[in-house]
Design a binder for this molecule. Structure first.
Ligand code: GLA
Length: 699
């Protein structure tokens, strides 16, 4: 069944998802108007839908329907999605529809300005297996003399239907505190979620969900949207006083402009959206399924248990130290050994060496060969940390190419973590960066890069370039291109996205990486909340989580090893502690817990995820794959010494029986749903449980 239909009489398109529909109509003036995003409709039903007009009638409220991509011009006063200025000073667009084409699930609506040679295509794509609509915009200057100034070019604007109330869900945070879910009433105002940092950012993630204030984890209508972009971005949400809520989003932040030369075109990243009637949990599962089916390159591959040396060694990296860690890691069942920062150039602290990507001769007198060989002899794959977009001023690279960094004439070069940002929009800097990465990966058959980026942009100029704001787009595209090329040339290479933890998590980076380091904060108590937020959009399979030392280096909190493991096991775990200081008992318990993870990971990484909430501070996750269920539960603290009630499961069938694969106990599904799974948590804080259940038979 085609997922895009067209009704020529009504000039109406209908996109049909598995459980939802989206309808668009061409207005009389050829503006593309939003008519429906919600429950499934037939084409005939959609044709009956009235255009959404303002309920207020006055000369101040003449605003017409809701645009799919609002421009300046006419009676439009909300946040525009597309802002342009022509060479003669005229602004805005007056639309003329020039046709459409439908190619499977991909609808392109072609428009142009009535007077100027500006052509715009609105793209909608559905994949036929879910409810996600991917949207993006192409603009093209088809003139042959004058440039067009683009002041804003969003990927898409979305609209929620009329409801008595609106609430927004989004993710906020900072370094060490990423992905905190916030749910708040949408004010009657314009609300802007943005990053002006040149990176996705820790502070806001480009995900926004709207509901009417009544949705819960397992019921209620949710309109959820996510921008696939890893540089600066902006989503402007507008709730107007007459009851409409719309939001527009795309790359770049306010104040930037791009000059579109004659013959030049600009394509935006994808801004994807989905509707569900079944709450935030269903929205997350729909995103996870979409990410696996249409974003990740290797969704069926099981992510390895890795070891990362950062918290163990800091910058004190040498061959002997890494070998000692590798030997212990291998004995625990670790499958990938990743050497973090400190292995190259003069990098003995944050202050020097970034940019000089050859092994430090003191730490690695014979290069990386002996370490890589030993790691492989121990049966592990070999990964390495890189930060290709950055440079310390105290480096040979900077001394040779001080003009390769983002900078402006007559302005300081603000250092953060003693480093500057390479302008990878420059073809020479990008080619050099690709070349050293390619060499490094080829020389040592590197299996895994942890690709870090530890500061935002400042003084983001490009002296001598006629359109310097380009770099806000081109830097990110250049990162994408380098990653894509490395992956094409080295098919076995896997990449972890990192920006000081979770500062670069988005659907754009996930299309060329395999996992995301969600936070530098490895405290398991804090991680429960961080992981909860991360799971709103991103699947467990891509969530790197390490077990590190106790007390935790970031928080000073002491937690049991088992609790640390159980929190990390909710994703793709690694070990990041100083294994040379772990006792034999700790090593033995770790080996058992790694083995336990390997028994559940096909369900955690490839199953469906259901977030669970118990009483008090008890929280958990249930993963389901066919007849297998894995429940991981955490109780970080308890009040008054009270025992938490059993944890009610979400995804079992009431008419089936479930057997605990470790204890042999059986539970009727109806009971697991109603009264919950008894967890037998030990008393005290930082208690946790891991339960494997299999559906046994019908009752
Ligand atoms: C960032 C990363 C850390 C570590 C350090 C190394 O902060 O998030 O995991 O790699 O850089 O400098």
């Amino acid at each position: 069944m085609p997922s895009v239909l067209f009704h020529p009489d009504h000039r109406l398109w209908l996109l049909r998802g598995a459980t939802s529909a989206y309808a668009i109509r061409l207005a009389e003036d050829d503006s593309v108007r939003h008519v429906h995003w919600g429950a499934v409709l037939t084409l005939d039903q959609a044709a009956e839908l009235p255009e959404r007009v303002s309920p207020a009638a006055s000369s101040f409220e003449a605003e017409a329907g809701v645009d799919e991509l609002a421009v300046e011009g006419g009676a439009r006063f909300g946040p525009p999605s597309l802002l342009v200025r022509f060479a003669d000073g005229t602004r805005g667009v007056e639309w003329r529809y020039t046709g459409h084409d439908i190619d499977g699930g991909h609808l392109r609506i072609h428009l142009r300005d009535r007077h100027y040679p500006l052509h715009v295509t609105l793209n909608y794509r559905m994949h036929g297996d879910g409810d996600v609509i991917e949207r993006w915009t192409n603009v093209e200057n088809r003139g042959d003399d004058a440039p067009v100034t683009v002041l804003r070019c969003d990927s898409a604007a979305w609209a929620a239907p009329h409801r008595p109330h609106y609430r927004m869900s989004h993710l906020v945070g900072g370094w060490n505190s990423e992905f905190q879910v916030r749910r708040t009433d949408v004010p009657v105002a314009e609300t802007v979620l943005t990053s002006r940092r040149g990176m996705t950012s820790h502070h806001a993630n480009p995900w926004l969900a709207v509901d009417d204030g009544t949705a819960c984890e397992d019921h209620g209508e949710v309109w959820s949207t996510a921008l696939a972009w890893s540089g600066s971005w902006r989503i402007s949400l507008h709730r107007d006083p007459v009851g409409r809520t719309t939001w527009t989003g795309g790359f770049g932040h306010e104040g930037l402009s791009w000059s579109l030369a004659p013959g030049e075109a600009l394509e935006t990243p994808v801004f994807a959206g989905l509707y569900t009637a079944n709450g935030f949990g269903a929205a997350s599962r729909a995103w996870h399924a979409h990410v696996r089916a249409h974003v990740l390159a290797h969704p069926d591959e099981t992510r390895p248990v890795l070891y990362n040396s950062w918290e163990a060694t800091g910058f004190d990296v040498d061959e002997a130290g890494q070998l000692a860690l590798a030997a212990r890691a291998a004995s625990l069942g670790v499958e990938m050994f990743v050497m973090d920062d400190g292995w190259f150039g003069g990098r003995r602290s944050e202050r020097a060496g970034l940019g000089d990507w050859t092994p430090n001769p003191d730490g690695f007198p014979s290069g990386l060969g002996p370490l890589a060989a030993e790691v492989r002899r121990l049966g592990m794959r070999f990964g390495i940390w890189v930060e290709p977009e950055m440079v310390n001023p105290d480096s040979d690279l900077y001394r040779a190419h001080p003009d390769w960094v983002l900078h402006m004439a007559n302005r300081d070069r603000t250092e953060m973590r003693h480093q500057l940002v390479l302008n990878l929009a420059r073809p020479d800097a990008a080619a050099w960066t690709h070349a050293w990465l390619d060499r490094l990966v080829a020389e040592h058959a590197i299996d895994f890069l942890k690709w870090d980026a530890n500061r935002p942009f400042t003084e983001a100029g490009w002296p001598g370039h006629e359109d310097p704001d380009r770099l806000w787009i081109e830097h990110t595209r250049s990162v994408y291109r380098i990653m894509d090329r490395l992956r094409a040339d080295h098919p076995g290479l896997r990449i972890e996205a990192c920006s000081g933890g979770g500062g670069r998590a988005d659907l754009g980076i996930l299309a060329r990486t395999d996992q995301i380091w969600a936070s530098d904060n490895t405290d398991p108590v804090d991680r429960i909340g961080i992981q909860h937020g991360f799971s709103q959009l991103y699947p467990a399979q891509v969530m790197s989580a390490w077990v590190t030392d106790s007390p935790n280096v970031a928080t000073g909190r002491r937690t049991p090893l088992r609790f640390r493991f159980h929190v990390a096991m909710a994703g793709a775990p690694g070990i990041g502690g100083d294994l040379t200081t772990w006792t034999q008992e700790e090593l033995k318990e770790s080996a058992e817990l790694v083995a336990a993870y390997k028994r559940i990971r096909h369900v955690v990484q490839h199953g469906e995820q259901h977030r669970l909430r118990g009483d008090g501070t008890l929280a958990g996750v249930e993963y389901v794959r066919e007849d297998e269920h894995v429940v991981i539960a955490w109780c970080p603290t308890r009040a008054f010494g009270h025992t938490p009630a059993p944890l009610r499961l979400a995804a079992v069938r009431p008419d089936a029986v479930y057997r605990d694969l470790d204890t042999g106990a059986t539970y009727p599904g109806a009971l697991l749903l109603q009264s919950g799974l008894p967890l037998g948590l030990p008393p005290g804080d930082h208690a946790s449980a891991l339960v494997r259940l299999r559906r046994a038979d019908q009752v």
